[in-house]
Design a protein around this ligand. Structure first.
Ligand code: FEO
Length: 396
């Protein structure tokens, strides 16, 4: 499959309807994904990025139907991660001398993965590559989200090939953002930002402002995953600036796991207390064991505060809670408040362990941890409701 995007620019990627997990098992892709590769046929012919390795044969065959491979003058590797470079080994068997333009770190990454001494050409921010009447301008994007990442801009057609930036894991045969269900689309966009880009938010703001300072006219943004932004492409840039600026909604998320329902009851009565104290706030509860961890991370991203609970087991916490705390630590959320709770029979360390972890991850902890023994009785239930009320005020 291929389709024309604008003038001499053609999409030659792969729509992966089957993808359920990305980055190993780390990222759930409920809506599949796409690996976008673009072919520009000007006086010079350029291929921008490829697709994930398992689709390399299909990709090269498809590309050969579009153009005689020997007519490709340049390959641009905006990012060396294997979902975009995975078809290079197959392609380079056909055109081994074709220069590959990438950043200095891109060479390290590509060599490290494929152990090939291809004809690499290093580009830096501001470098230009002439295609005849049009040119490609390169902008390095170190750590957005790998050291090698970069994007490029096609003059004349005014297209920004942004690679992972402004992407989303979403499969659709429409392939244009304005043609798909907007709720589904933005659900995947915010999940992608929350789970991948959160730790780099300050760099996101800096880099976007740098790109905007070039005053380049923008007709389309072509990311490497998901739909192409052609209707008001600046909408996703504005959205990124919002998300990168310690984003939060009027939401409190309660996350818990439970063995015999005591911690679940605590969660529900804490929620009751919050609602009694603050009618406006959106309180959401997630029994982690039954939920997708990346969806829960997205809810944390949207929240002004989180409350996390686990019963005590073997002087520790349940493994689902330990796993999400580890994820949270890496994502470096900023400007969020937190509290913790848990039921126990005899030793009761869980709430404190959670609290210490959240503190270490940069959350502002409010109030004491809440601990309840055994199955909450009326007195403990009252304590949970009161705790919820206090938290609502502290999070306000
Ligand atoms: Fe889509 Fe960082 O690769």
């Amino acid at each position: 499959m291929s389709f024309n995007i604008k003038n001499n620019v053609t999409w030659v990627g792969k729509i992966d309807w089957e993808l359920q997990r990305f980055h190993g098992y780390e990222y759930s892709t409920h809506c599949g994904s796409t690996y976008n590769s673009y072919l520009i046929k000007e006086e010079k012919v350029v291929l921008i990025d490829t697709v994930w390795g398992p689709y390399s044969k299909e990709f090269v065959k498809n590309l050969a139907n579009e153009i005689d491979l020997n007519k490709i003058d340049y390959i641009i590797a905006n990012h060396a991660e294997t979902d975009h470079s995975g078809a290079l080994p197959e392609l380079m068997q056909h055109i081994p001398e074709t220069p590959i333009y990438c950043t200095k770190n891109g060479i390290k990454s590509l060599k490290g993965q494929y152990h090939q001494d291809w004809n690499f050409k290093v580009v830096k921010t501001g470098d230009k590559l002439s295609l005849g009447n049009k040119e490609l301008i390169f902008v390095e994007m170190p750590m957005l989200h790998w050291p090698d990442s970069m994007l490029c801009y096609l003059t004349g057609d005014e297209i920004l090939f942004s690679n992972d930036a402004f992407g989303h894991h979403y499969a659709s045969e429409f392939m244009f953002a304005d043609l798909v269900h907007q709720g589904e689309l933005f659900t995947e966009c915010i999940k992608y930002y929350a789970n991948i880009l959160t730790p780099f938010s300050s760099m996101v703001i800096k880099k976007i402002n740098e790109i905007l300072s070039f005053n380049l006219p923008l007709d389309m943004i072509c990311p490497s995953h998901g739909m192409i932004w052609r209707d008001h492409p600046e909408q996703i840039i504005k959205q990124y600036l919002k998300w990168a600026d310690n984003y939060q909604e009027n939401q409190i998320t309660i996350i818990y796991d439970t063995m015999w329902n005591s911690t679940r009851k605590m969660a529900e009565y804490i929620a009751k207390g919050i609602k009694e104290s603050d009618k406006e706030v959106n309180v959401k509860l997630y029994h982690l064991e039954k939920r997708d961890k990346n969806d829960v991370i997205t809810e944390i991203f949207k929240s002004k505060g989180v409350i996390i609970g686990s019963p005590t087991i073997n002087r520790g916490i349940l493994t689902s809670i330990a796993a999400i705390l580890e994820l949270i630590k890496g994502l470096k959320f900023k400007g969020k408040k937190a509290a913790s709770f848990g039921s126990y029979g005899w030793s009761g360390e869980s709430a404190k362990i959670i609290s210490n972890s959240l503190k270490e991850s940069g959350f502002e902890m409010v109030d004491e941890v809440l601990k309840v023994t055994w199955n909450p009785d009326n007195e403990s239930i009252e304590k949970c409701v009161k705790y919820g009320k206090k938290i609502a005020k502290a999070f306000a």
